[in-house]
Ligand binder design. Sequence first.
Ligand code: 5AD
Ligand code: SF4
Length: 455
Amino acid sequence: MPSFSIHTYGCQMNVRDSEILARRLRAAGFSDAASEDEADVVLVNSCSVREKAEEKALGKLGMLCAARRERPGLVVGLTGCMANRLGTDVFGLVPGLSFSVGPRAAAGAVAGLARRALAGSRGLFLSDAERGPDDAPAAADAGAGGPPAHASFVTILYGCNQRCSYCIVPSVRGREESRDPRAILAEVRAEAARGAKDVTLLGQSVMRYGRTDFAWPADISSPMGFTEPLPRLLELLAREVPAVRRLRFTSGHPLGVTAELVRAMREIPAVCAHLHLPMQSGSDRILRDMRRGYDSARYLEAVRALRDGVPDVAITTDVIVGYPGETEADFEATRRVMEEAAFDNAFVFKYSPRPGTVSAAKPDDVPDGEKRRRDQVLLADQDARGRRLNDRWTGRTVEVLADGPSLRNAARWSGRTEQNKIVVFDPVPGLARGDFVPVRIESARPQTLFGAVAL
Ligand code: 5AD
Ligand code: SF4
């Protein structure tokens, strides 16, 4: 039985795609390799969002293909956003690559491609345009074994129609395509059956779910009176799959923070008080140039609506530093708006020009050292802010979904709150991964809360 291993870069959508690929490979008779070094087939699931991410994946592919000198039968495959971006050019960049397949075409094709490559074929390519009916994830995939997971992802919206000036995603992931709520429901049920209690619904711009490309099925009603597709979907999943006690969705956009969505977050108990809402910049000039569709005031309005409407909501964000033409004044505006928004956490990225995007035509004129400095400043700001915000949790008892032994100190356990805050605590006898436990918070760091089980 040939064995496989998958190496994943990039976002949660890639993590989910890798899970589906693993399940399809198992269903087709492949086994999980004990380690990548022992695998017959290694798949690299790649990301194109920044040049660094692509360099890492290319480096990994190069190493794997070089390992073929000692392991001549080794099959190396590429999937994910780079497969779409590079097309057949990838075979010139990575000599010896066995196959490359677009992320939407991969599920249905991966087992066949791997078998053909094991039989000696090289340079096999399948684009997303050639995907077939088997490529959608199916509830049946959940039966294909693999480790049970109490936290799981389900993709609800593929692609992205927005055209942010810096972003390569629309060109590598295609047009928006919302999945049918009945297919999503079946998949969430299947995830619940294998232990999922926390499910994150995924889309590049998830709040656009169902807005442009389909009509909500007339036979699925909304007793809560929602008219928008995402609140309706959340209501449906919460009602039909009570075992999933936590529902999240990511990534957000401030223009998608509607009154209905805020009400759904407040009134549907399973919907978590947590939202990842990329801001990208606090400078109106830069936001306009980025074509984000909002200015800083509009962004802060969305933050205010969430804070007013959803008790204890945690808001996290993405910010890009060193966008073309970003001045010190633009950067200071970003610092101010981040402070005003009081983010619970922030991911800061140094601008990276991506081929074919609008902003790639502009000079990448903020020097790398300055990008690094701005990155460090924002992270230091966030550290101070995170500590201050997290201090507010000390003395409170929160419900934690236990993930297992903490990575830093295996004697302690870690888990997450509804707000997606990491909590570290001493385990109690009988505690199992995937249990909900009440933990009284005793101290806080910028990224972590510490407490004791309060039974
Ligand atoms: N350069 C740097 N960061 C980028 N992101 C997207 N495109 C780029 C780019 N060209 C960041 C955005 C997005 C996150 C996933 O990656 O902040 O929200
Ligand atoms: Fe990377 Fe974006 Fe592709 Fe996710 S969708 S893997 S973040 S390029």
